[in-house]
Write a protein that binds this ligand. Structure first.
Ligand code: NAD
Ligand code: UD1
Length: 337
């Protein structure tokens, strides 16, 4: 049985992917510094799958700790989620973002080389399409960024491309996620944001709970059918399944590939609000405010490459995403503690 190291495995997307890996027969070793997640997530992954995970509280920037994990486990491949991800915070704290995300990835890649581990699946983001491409985005479009967080994704993709050029037996898949939302059907794992959420659905969930007064809709004068921003929301369980498909692909293929994980459909802010209202059976109070700096009108994937390369496509609908988000929120009113 293969051993997969999952960095950031107690986080939102990582935890769902660990559950999917265990269900698919892989052994899972999680490495997380718990800067944005809780160790209790491991128990919940075990509860969902009936299988055990091995957990290391460790930082990917810590070379010795990373070596220790590789020396104690024969790691066949790495799925690399660990990173800081708040766009606004990255503008305030660029050194922390570059250091955590880029230095951390370099340490991880160096240790992988030392232990002859040559397969990595990396969490990239649709943010690499920047402001100058037009949706639907295809993987061959030029990449760019408008903030330090986005640059860390652009740069790490380039690092992986360069490693694949230097070693033709190395395989790296950069998965460009669109907008992951929702939660595992069990309601045991889900998104656990610290403080006031920045992203749309976690914010709506807290309005539905009564923790926040109203949703601010950031602009209704975009060039979209109802004037509000359009995004490609994808259920986190579909996304998790995409990682297992990418891992299987990388077992038989070397070289670098960037692959979109999205549904290929866009939904507007108002459409998400109405799907959430249906899911929770309450009205979500909202007011239209000015645009948020750095936002674009429309972002959605061309999802053909993932289908062609891995045989993967998203199955769950926006209604499923909102129902599962609300289910997790109801069962965990204060998040995972
Ligand atoms: P998350 O914050 O829930 O998970 C990231 C995990 O990494 C956390 O558990 C955190 O404690 C851990 N971590 C951070 N720095 C670390 C370090 N130096 N060493 C060890 N562990 C560390 O975030 P998520 O939403 O699950 O995102 C996972 C990855 O996907 C991130 O790289 C993120 O940039 C990327 N991504 C997320 C989204 C999204 O909307 N959630 C979209 C595109 C890309
Ligand atoms: C944001 C980041 C992106 C990151 C992604 C996942 C920015 C500019 N982009 O994407 O880099 O990869 O999160 O972490 O921050 N909205 C509201 N009210 C809110 C929140 C959001 O109207 O309170 C709107 C936004 O204007 C947008 C849509 O909802 O049209 C989705 O926003 P969000 O969930 O933050 O995701 P993105 O902006 O797509």
């Amino acid at each position: 049985m293969q051993n997969i190291l999952v960095t950031g495995g107690t986080g939102f997307i990582g935890s769902h992917t660990c559950a999917e890996l265990l269900k698919s027969g892989y052994n899972v070793v999680i490495m997380d510094n718990l800067s944005n997640s809780k160790k209790a997530v491991c128990d919940r992954i075990e509860k969902i799958t009936g299988k055990s995970v091995k957990f290391y509280e460790a930082d990917i920037c810590d070379y010795d700790a990373t070596c220790q994990i590789f020396s104690e486990n024969k790691i066949d491949a790495v799925i690399h989620f660990a990173g800081l991800k708040a766009v606004g915070e990255s503008v305030q704290k660029p050194i922390e973002y570059y250091s955590n995300n880029i230095t951390g990835t370099l340490v991880l890649l160096k240790v992988m080389r030392e232990y002859n581990c040559k397969k990595i699946v990396f969490s990239s983001s649709a943010t690499v399409y920047g402001m100058n491409n037009k949706a639907p985005y295809t993987e061959d479009m030029p990449t760019s960024a408008t903030n330090p967080y986005g640059y860390t994704k652009v740069i790490i993709e380039q690092i992986l491309r360069d490693i694949c050029v230097s070693d033709e037996t190395f395989g790296a898949v950069a998965l460009r996620y669109f907008n992951p939302i929702g939660a595992d059907k069990s309601g045991l794992i889900g998104e656990n944001p610290n403080g006031i959420p920045n992203n749309l659905v976690p914010y709506i969930a807290q309005v539905a709970q009564g923790k926040l007064k109203e949703l601010r809709v950031f602009g209704d004068d975009y060039d979209t059918p109802d004037g509000t921003g359009v995004r490609d929301y994808i259920h986190v369980s579909d996304l998790a399944a995409g990682h297992v498909c990418a891992l299987k692909y990388s077992e038989n293929n070397d070289g670098f590939e960037a692959v979109n994980l999205g549904t290929g459909n866009g939904s507007s802010v108002l459409e998400v609000v109405s799907a959430y209202e249906k899911a929770c059976g309450k009205e979500i109070p909202k007011k239209i405010t000015q645009r948020r700096a750095g936002d674009i009108d429309t972002s959605f994937a061309n999802a053909e490459k993932a289908k062609k390369l891995f045989g993967w496509e998203a199955k769950l609908t926006l209604d499923d995403m909102c129902l599962d988000s609300w289910n997790f929120t109801k069962l965990n009113p204060n998040g995972i503690e």
